[in-house]
Write a protein that binds this ligand. Structure first.
Ligand code: ADP
Length: 212
């Protein structure tokens, strides 16, 4: 976050003399309050200074880096996730490839008839099988998928930072966003409520850079 020379001057005044009113700051800089208004808005929006009615502006003690860190931990997976694309275990490899193209995703989640998460199929899983000379019209994805309990997943309340770290350290492109569920047969498992991919993280990163 870069501030203009005038914003830096305001920040210095607030740091040394806060809490201080807008009028007093304007006086010290020999400017009008109206001229300063956009600068004050930027400084308060960035979180570097705070404003309290009848008290004035004060230094929040937060550096721009700390503010970005706080935001990364505050935003939850539920706020940036996409819709999941799921197939059944009996879905043929051929149909899974077609689904990947039509839905424009790189990872498919495989669910049981009761809607519980069973596995994950990635692009390379499908490529490998296709190159392996199998009859991809017959072979079901249930045979080639990575299955539970080896699935790396996230939930709606996990922080974006922690989920992004998981994608990186576990070297996967996407994770199912899950919620605990019991199917009609009383079997406990996980329902897929979303998809979190590297694209979601990249989009969030770009939006973060555009703020303010
Ligand atoms: P790609 O195969 O397109 O490079 P990934 O890196 O995501 O995509 O997948 C690598 C391997 O990890 C594949 O075998 C896939 O089945 C598996 N995989 C993908 N996502 C997950 C996940 N969330 N949890 C567990 N395994 C996964």
């Amino acid at each position: 976050m870069e501030f203009s020379k005038r914003q830096e001057a305001i920040l210095e005044i607030v740091k040394k003399q806060g809490p201080i009113t807008g009028e007093q700051i304007a006086e010290k800089l020999s400017l009008t309050r109206a001229t300063l208004r956009p600068d004050m808005a930027i400084l308060t929006m960035s979180g570097v200074i705070g404003a309290r009615p009848r008290v004035g502006y004060y230094f929040s003690g937060k550096t721009p880096n700390r503010i970005i860190t706080e935001r990364l931990h505050k935003v939850k997976v539920g706020e940036i996730k996409s819709l999941p694309v799921v197939v059944g275990e009996k879905c043929a490899v051929y149909d899974a490839v077609v689904t990947m193209f039509t839905e424009d995703v790189g990872t498919l989640f495989v669910v049981s008839e009761g809607g519980l998460l069973e596995g994950v199929v990635s692009r390379k899983d499908l490529l490998k099988t296709t190159l392996g000379g199998h009859d991809i019209h017959k072979l079901p994805v249930g045979v080639i998928m990575t299955r539970m309990p080896n699935i790396i997943y996230t939930d709606l309340d996990e922080s974006v930072w922690s989920a992004a770290k998981k994608l990186l350290t576990r070297e996967v492109d996407a994770m199912p966003v899950v919620r605990l569920k019991e199917d009609s047969g009383g079997r406990q498992g996980m329902e897929v409520v979303g998809r979190l991919s590297k694209t979601n993280i990249t989009r969030f990163f770009v939006e973060l850079g555009e703020e303010g």
